[in-house]
Design a protein around this ligand. Structure first.
Ligand code: BTN
Length: 249
């Protein structure tokens, strides 16, 4: 049970679907699945990534799933907290298997300088609040070779030379995620933010970034409740960015 309602989440395992996000959305059209229910697929024929990209995942090798939440008390302007808890839960799950896992703002999960997991979060808003959110997560577990031109993909197996059971990893993730979702229900946003900041990739020091005006050195100054990244330049100026307005070099 993910909250205090008397209903248990359903976990639906599929051999193949177009996209677990799309499949879950379709199921929700017909009935209201209990909060925390998930669709898991061994293969996606049209896995979707951020910004209209596709998500590469060899058949049966990786963990591909989507979860539904109904965080109806969360204001639209606070929706980034869902991204924060999902990122923290993936980060902490993977940290049980290997070191050097971090969250690359806003919600990529990195091992050193390589991407091991990504997520696609789709929120349905009802006025000022969130009616329903679908959190789609891909975690590279056992894939030995990546063929797409995705930048720097890596799998857990490439790191540790071991194979992983997709269900085991999912169970660990759900356990950690449920604990984080409780923090959201208790509105402990400050605690979530502190943990998110501590988990960030390149949290300390100045690094090279580029925006539409060119490249520059800056350090992470803050992540705002809206999810905007605030950077501090070497001369002390602060610049704020939405996702896709800035790149790390
Ligand atoms: C990204 O980093 O670009 C986001 C990738 C999200 C991939 C996952 S896999 C499960 C779920 N279903 C999808 O179609 N996409 C997400």
């Amino acid at each position: 049970m993910i909250n205090n309602k008397e209903e248990y989440p359903e976990i639906i395992y599929l051999d193949e679907t177009v996209s677990t996000n799309s499949c879950l959305r379709e199921l929700l059209r017909n009935r209201r699945l209990p909060e925390g229910s998930a669709v898991v697929a061994a293969f996606q024929s049209g896995g979707r990534g951020q910004a209209g990209n596709s998500w590469e995942s060899a058949r049966g090798e990786n963990l591909l799933f989507s979860i539904v939440l109904y965080p109806t008390h969360i204001l639209a302007g606070q929706q980034f907290v869902i991204s924060q808890i999902a990122s923290l839960a993936v980060k902490e799950t993977l940290a049980e298997y290997t070191a050097d896992i971090s969250i690359k703002w806003p919600n990529d999960i990195y091992w050193k300088d390589r991407k091991i997991s990504g997520m696609l979060i789709e929120n349905d808003l009802a006025g000022q609040t969130i009616h329903c959110t679908i959190i789609g997560i891909g975690i590279n577990l056992n894939q030995a070779l990546f063929e797409s031109n995705a930048p720097n993909p890596v799998s857990l197996c490439q790191i540790t030379r071991k194979k992983y059971d997709r269900r085991d990893v999912l169970v660990r993730f759900l356990h950690i995620f449920n604990a984080y979702y409780l923090l959201v229900l208790q509105e402990k946003f400050g605690e979530i933010k502190t943990r998110y900041m501590e988990a960030l990739y390149r949290r300390e020091g100045f690094h090279l970034f580029s925006d539409e005006a060119g490249s520059f050195k800056a350090r992470i100054y803050d992540i705002e409740p809206t999810g905007h990244l605030a950077l501090e330049l070497e001369e002390g100026a602060i610049r704020r960015y939405a996702f896709k307005e800035i790149e790390w070099l």
